[in-house]
Design a protein around this ligand. Sequence first.
Ligand code: MN
Length: 412
Amino acid sequence: MLRFLHTADWQLGARFSQFGSQGTPLRAARLTTLQRALDYAQTHALDAFLIAGDLFEDNHVDDSLVVSVVDLFANFSRVPIFILPGNHDPFTGPDCVWQRKSWRKIAPHVRVFTEPGTHPLSADAFLVASPLRQKRSMVDPSLALVALAAALPASAIKIGLTHGALAIEGKHQPNDFPISLQAASRAGLDYLGVGHWHNWLVDTDGGRIIMPGTPEPDRFGHDQAGMGALVEIAQPGQKPHVTAIPFATLSWQTLTFDLQNEAAARAALDSFLAAYRSHPDKAVLRITLTGSSSAQHLATLQEELSTRLAPFLVGQLVDDTRLELSPVELEALHQRHPLLSQIFADIDQLERFATGQNAGSVSIARPTDSALSLAEAQALLGSSRIELAQLTRADFVFLRQTLLRQLQEVSA
Ligand SMILES: [Mn+2]
């Protein structure tokens, strides 16, 4: 029985610059998670720990990080560790991260594949690896495994390791190392461990090509990230038994707060925040505000939410709301900006012509504002080469919001 842990896409040294100073704990979490996964492999006496590319964010990461990683590997001397350069950290030559001085004192149980190669995993199992040596390529990196696997004894369990995009129609770029969906069976491999995409993906080539995703989530919306693949293979030709092992340190969670129904949004917010109150130092939270609101109400709400998010490791507030004028503001617009009021009436009329719908609650114009005739509308749009029928409701919502925001900026 061969048992190993397949991981990928650690991207140590990722900057998270969009989070400012909050990026520091996000970076640190990735090392903590690596330590946890190595500890798991050693505690369970696994035959190997595989890193299928992108251990590092890029070839320019701090030297102190490389030293930390080399030291960390040295602490887990009872599990053989195999590392493959990926597209983030390709083995490109003298300037790459794999050529730093620190690697010269790497422990003997750690191997970095700087070129395609073979390594025994047990008496009857072998690893064949095809590292990346550039950032982009149209060539399938698993092709190099065919000859390597063919040279192995027929009775051996054969494990492949490489990095790239699975060549799923419409889901990959042709220059992103496209890996054939039959790459494992084509090379006669029992298992092909790949890395690149950050979500768990295990149903390719009859369950023999596995993409475990990143063991530590690095963005919102990756709900299938945070795991490593525990792989058990009883004998050659037998389907691998794969178990997802959760390793993530941090939990990335999002909530949409819809101002159209603030009571319901507040109830959802309460339970959302309550779920992470016991471990606020592990929570990376994003709240997206949607719906429409007056500028004043929005400012008050943003202040309140910022306070409520403050106890968490990362609390991000995204404003996706639309501006709404109060009756007083609306009256002021009509009084002080009659021309603008007329423009809003024309927009309403255009929307009726284009979509057959009335503007409804978003209407800003006065009913008394005279509106365009169909002939005038067509003449106006015709000179800009716009087809009336091509305009959608979203176009009109965007148009009104753009005008209102500019008006707010001018009058602020
Ligand atoms: Mn990658």
